[in-house]
Design a protein around this ligand. Sequence first.
Ligand code: SF4
Ligand code: FES
Length: 257
Amino acid sequence: MSDNMRMKLKIWRQKGPNSPGAFRDYELDNVSSHMSFLEMLDVLNEKLIKEGKEDPVEYDYDCREGICGTCGVVVDGVAHGPVRRTATCQLHMRTFRDGDTITIEPWRSEAFPVIKDLVVDRSAFDRIIQAGGYVGVNTGCAQDANSIPIGKEEADKSFFAAACIGCGACVAACPNASASLFVAAKISQYAHLPQGKPEATRRALRMIEQMDAEGFGNCSNHAECEAVCPKGISIDNIAVMRREYLKAALKTGSATI
Ligand code: SF4
Ligand code: FES
C-alpha cells in the first residue's frame, strides 16, 4: 500500500439533464491509500478549482458514514464499487493499486435522470414512499412496547428490511432498472409488524403502482440488486412484496395479475 498513489480517472461529465455527456480523463498523483473514495474526488476537485480550467466534478454525499443513502456512483461498472456491502462513501483507496485507471459514472436509469455529472435525481424514490411507505399512529403518549409482542424472527426480518438506505444502487445494477428491491424492503419492513397491518392493502397497491408510473422496469430475478446493495437487503423481500401485492389485489379486485 502506498501513500502517494497515482490514479487515472475516467469520469462522466454532463452539464445538465438535456446536455450530452462524455467521459473525461484526469490524473492524480497524490492519493493516499487511507483516503475514502469521496476524499479522492475532493482532492481532484481542489486541483480543478486551483487550475481554473473547468468546473469541479459534481457528486452527491451527506453523512459519509454509510447511513444516509445520498452517495452513489458506478465504479468500474459496479454500483458503489468493488467492495461488497459498502456504500461509495465507505470505499477506501486501499482497494485500488498504484497506477490503476478507475471509471466513474452516475446511476443509469430513465427514472433517475442525470442532474449534473455524477448526480442523479432520485426523487422517484420519495414519491414511492409518499404513496404508501408509512404507518399511521395515534398522537399522545407512546404505547408501552410490551403491549405489542412481536416474535424475534419477525422482528429481525423487519429490522433487516428497514436497513435499506434508499441509495438506488439496486436500480443502477438491475438490467431492467427495476426498483423492486427498494420497494420490497420498504413494504417488507411493515409487512412483518402488526403496526403495518392497517394500511397493508393500500400500501402494496399504491407503492407498486407508483414504482411503475415512475418508469422503473420489472424484476426478472437477476439478483444483481442484492449483490450491490450496501446494506445486504435480501431478494427474499421481493417475494414478500409479491405476496403482499397478491393479497391486496385479490382483496380489492383492483389489479390485473
Ligand atoms: S435496497 Fe439496497 S441498494 Fe436498493 S436502495 Fe435500499 S440500500 Fe440501496
Ligand atoms: S454519504 Fe451517506 S451513505 Fe454515503
